[in-house]
Design a binder for this molecule. Structure first.
Ligand SMILES: NC(=O)c1ccc[n+]([C@@H]2O[C@H](COP(=O)([O-])OP(=O)(O)OC[C@H]3O[C@@H](n4cnc5c(N)ncnc54)[C@H](OP(=O)(O)O)[C@@H]3O)[C@@H](O)[C@H]2O)c1
Length: 282
């Protein structure tokens, strides 16, 4: 008699904003894991670019899904995307483009992002959700920052990307609140707010700081994509993960953060209960 052995299906990874510069670096790493990638792209024209990356990678499988993020106005709109794509992992490296006007930034980084967060965290088929934000996006200076870190972060958030900051600081808080609420009954759920510092396109260094990162650094998009996939592949990472290029290898620095139980959310909110109350989730 032969006994059938159940094989675990490969994770289905919905990559929202697959044509982001970071997303394009991430696609080959995601495929190399042998995962199935659903690459959400704004148009068919951009889909070809992503499909080419899959042709060059032997492992994994990829499909594309056309989605204009400005069409996501409610959690029900986002729910329809999840119903159509059936992901187990979701990664959001999307965001309004750097030259977007205030209305578009609000539509994507506030309305669509929050609709998507609400639908995704409520989806019990999704076991990991990684949303990208940026390291300096805080309501309060991190307790480990020095005066220069505080000054540069205030400057970014008011003088350089003020409209993004206003949208994202509310969205990031909602993400933290929704994840905290879900983890009350599902502690294995991984909600990761991945927060690279200023993104640059120089050569990757393969060296990082995650634990108590400064606000004055930067990190390459290629390095960010590499760390993104390493984080996603682990079962023990959740919370706010800051990233800048530094001195340690990726796995060494991730392991250090896990071993210390370090979460860059530290110092951001008075308490989890206060956070939940702010978003009406308690
Ligand atoms: N810039 C920084 O220094 C920095 C620092 C830390 C974190 N971040 C965040 O990290 C993430 C990755 O950054 P990045 O620089 O790699 O991103 P990016 O190249 O600016 O890509 C943004 C993505 O969002 C998509 N998008 C914009 N509007 C859309 C719409 N209406 N419908 C569908 N898709 C739309 C773009 O699609 P198209 O390709 O079709 O335009 C693109 O795929 C973003 O969330 C970013 O905000 C940025």
């Amino acid at each position: 008699m032969t006994t059938a052995t159940a094989t675990t299906p490969a994770p289905r990874v919905l990559l929202v904003g697959a044509t982001s510069r970071t997303g394009l670096f991430a696609v080959p790493h995601l495929l190399k894991k042998g995962w199935h990638i659903i690459a959400s792209v704004r148009s068919e024209a951009r889909a070809a670019e992503v499909k080419k990356l899959a042709e060059a990678t032997a492992a994994g499988t990829l499909e594309t899904y056309v989605l204009d993020l400005t069409s996501l106005k409610t959690p029900a709109d986002a729910r329809a995307v999840l119903d159509a794509t059936k992901p187990t992992y979701v990664v959001w490296p999307a965001g309004a483009n750097e030259d977007a006007d205030a209305e578009t930034i609000h539509a994507i980084d506030f309305v669509a992002a929050q609709a998507f967060m609400r639908a995704t965290v409520a989806d019990t088929n999704v076991t990991k959700y990684m949303h990208l934000s940026y390291l300096q996006n805080r309501r309060r200076h991190a307790p480990w920052w020095n005066a220069e870190d505080g000054k540069i972060s205030d400057y970014f958030n008011t003088e350089v990307i003020g409209i993004f900051h206003k949208a994202r600081v509310v969205s990031d808080g909602l993400f933290a609140a929704l994840v905290a609420q879900r983890r009350k009954t599902d502690p294995a759920f991984q909600g990761i707010l991945f927060r690279p510092s200023v993104l640059v396109d120089t050569e990757p260094t393969g060296k990082f700081r995650i634990v108590r990162a400064a606000a004055t650094g930067s990190v390459t998009r290629a390095d960010t994509a590499d760390v993104l996939v390493r984080l996603l592949a682990r079962d023990d990472v959740h919370g706010y993960v800051d990233l800048e290029n530094g001195e340690a290898g990726a796995d060494e620095e991730i392991q250090k953060a896990v071993a210390e139980g370090f979460d860059a959310i530290e110092g951001e909110f008075d308490s989890t209960e206060a956070l939940l109350a702010e978003y009406g989730l308690n």
